[in-house]
Design a binder for this molecule. Structure first.
Ligand code: AHG
Ligand code: MN
Ligand code: MN
Length: 342
C-alpha cells in the first residue's frame, strides 16, 4: 500500500476527533521547521553551519552553561520564527532560552504551549553523526493569555503531543498525540513526511543497553550493581549476554530503542548531583517518555514514573531510564532494594 503523508494522517486524526485544527496546524508547522533544520544539517561544512556559535574570543553559552553550536542557535531561530505567527500557540520554551517566550501581541494567539530541544546531540554535529529535534506540547492553562515560565510547569501526563525528528541517513519524524507512536520518513524529492510505521511497539525484553560508561565510577551504588550484572552476561545473575550502544544523541539512542528495543539510561552521578541529572525534564525526558510509553515501553527516573514528576523549573534535570518494559523494571528493582537497605 502507498504510504500516506503526515498531512493526510493528521487530517484523518482530526476527522476522527482525536486532534483539533489548531493541534494539526501546530504539528504541521513544527514538521515544516524540522525540514528546514534537516536541510541545514544536511549541508554540513558546505552550509557554514558547523562549529561553535559566537567568536573565538567570546564563545556563545546558553542558560545551561553549555557552549552553543551554530546549529543550536540556528535551529532555535527556525523553530521560533515558524511558530510565532500561526495563531496556534500561547507561548514557547526552549533549551536555548533562559525564559519562556509568550507569543507577541502583534500575532493571534492559540491555546497551546510548545517546548523544544532545537538540536539534540550537539556534540555529534561536527562529526557527521545523527542529531535531532525533540518537542512537547501542553495546553495553556485556562484564562492565561500571556503565559510565564510557571504555566509550563505541568507534569508529563499533561502532554497532548510529543515528538522528535532525527537527522540521520534518513530524516524521520516520530510522533504521538496519545494514541500510539508513529514514524514518518522524509521523502526528500516530494518534501513530505510519509507514514512508514504505524504503532511502533518496543519489545518487552531486551539484551541491549545504552549508557555513557565513562561515568561509571561516579554512579550511585545500585547503578554500579545493575550494570555490573549486565556486564557479567550469561555467567552472572541475569543469565544472558548484553550488547552496548551509545550514540550520545538521545534522539538516535531512543530511536534505536523504539525500533528494536533496549534500555537507555542517563543516571544521576556524583558530578551532577546538585543539578539533579544531565537530561532536561521538560523538553528531553518528558516527550521521550510519552513516546516510549505510547509504544509499550516504560520511562522512569529510577525512583518513579517520569510522566508523574511535578516540575519545579523550566530547565530542571532528571535521571532517565527508558525503554523495554522488563529491563526498565529490572533497573528499578536494584534502586528499590538499595533504598530499602538491602
Ligand atoms: P544536547 O545536545 O541537547 O545538550 O543534549 C545532549 C544530551 C543527549 O542527547 C545525550 O544523550 C547526552 O547529552 C550525551 O551525553 P554525554 O556527552 O555524556 O555522552
Ligand atoms: Mn538534548
Ligand atoms: Mn540541544
Amino acid at each position: 500500500m502507498k504510504p500516506i503523508s503526515l498531512t493526510r494522517f493528521l487530517i484523518q486524526e482530526q476527522h476522527a476527533g482525536h486532534i483539533n485544527a489548531d493541534l494539526r496546524l501546530l504539528i504541521e508547522v513544527v514538521a515544516r521547521a524540522c525540514k528546514t533544520i534537516s536541510n541545514a544539517v544536511g549541508k554540513g561544512a558546505l552550509g557554514s553551519v558547523l562549529g561553535e556559535a559566537g567568536t573565538p574570543e567570546s564563545a556563545s553559552v546558553n542558560i545551561q552553561g553549555e557552549a552553543q553550536k551554530k546549529l543550536d542557535v540556528l535551529s532555535n531561530e527556525i523553530l521560533l520564527e515558524a511558530n510565532e505567527w500561526g495563531g496556534h500557540l500561547a507561548g514557547l520554551a526552549s533549551e536555548e532560552m533562559e525564559h519562556s517566550h509568550p507569543i507577541p501581541n502583534a500575532y493571534p494567539k492559540g491555546n497551546y504551549l510548545l517546548l523544544f530541544d532545537p538540536l539534540d546531540g550537539s556534540s555529534n554535529i561536527d562529526v557527521n553523526i545523527s542529531v535531532g529535534t525533540i518537542f512537547s506540547v501542553l495546553r495553556c492553562p485556562d484564562g492565561i493569555t500571556e503565559p510565564g515560565d510557571e504555566h509550563f510547569l505541568q507534569p508529563g501526563t499533561a502532554q497532548v503531543c510529543a515528538g522528535y525528528t532525527t537527522y540521520g541517513p534518513s530524516t524521520m519524524l516520530v510522533l504521538t498525540v496519545g494514541r500510539g507512536t508513529h514514524a514518518f520518513t522524509l521523502d526528500r524529492e516530494q518534501g513530505s513526511f510519509m507514514l512508514t510505521t504505524r504503532d511502533l511497539q518496543i519489545p518487552v525484553e531486551t539484551k541491549e543497553f545504552a549508557i555513557n560508561m565513562s561515568n561509571q565510577r561516579h554512579w550511585e551504588a545500585p547503578m554500579q550493581r545493575y550494570i555490573a550484572d549486565l556486564l557479567a552476561g550469561k555467567d552472572g545473575p541475569r543469565g544472558k549476554d548484553f550488547n552496548m550502544r551509545w550514540v550520545a544523541s538521545m534522539v538516535a539512542d531512543v530511536h534505536r530503542i523504539l525500533t528494536r528495543g533496549g534500555i537507555f539510561i542517563y543516571p544521576l552521578d556524583a558530578k551532577m548531583r546538585d543539578k539533579g541529572g544531565k537530561l532536561r525534564l521538560m523538553y528531553e525526558a518528558n516527550p521521550m517518555s510519552f513516546l516510549v510509553e505510547q509504544a509499550g515501553g516504560a520511562a522512569s527516573t529510577g525512583r518513579g514514573r517520569m510522566l508523574d514528576v511535578v516540575p519545579t523549573g523550566l530547565h530542571q534535570r532528571v535521571p532517565v531510564f527508558i525503554g523495554s518494559k522488563n529491563e526498565v523494571n529490572a533497573a528499578l528493582r536494584y534502586h528499590a532494594e538499595f533504598d530499602a537497605g538491602k
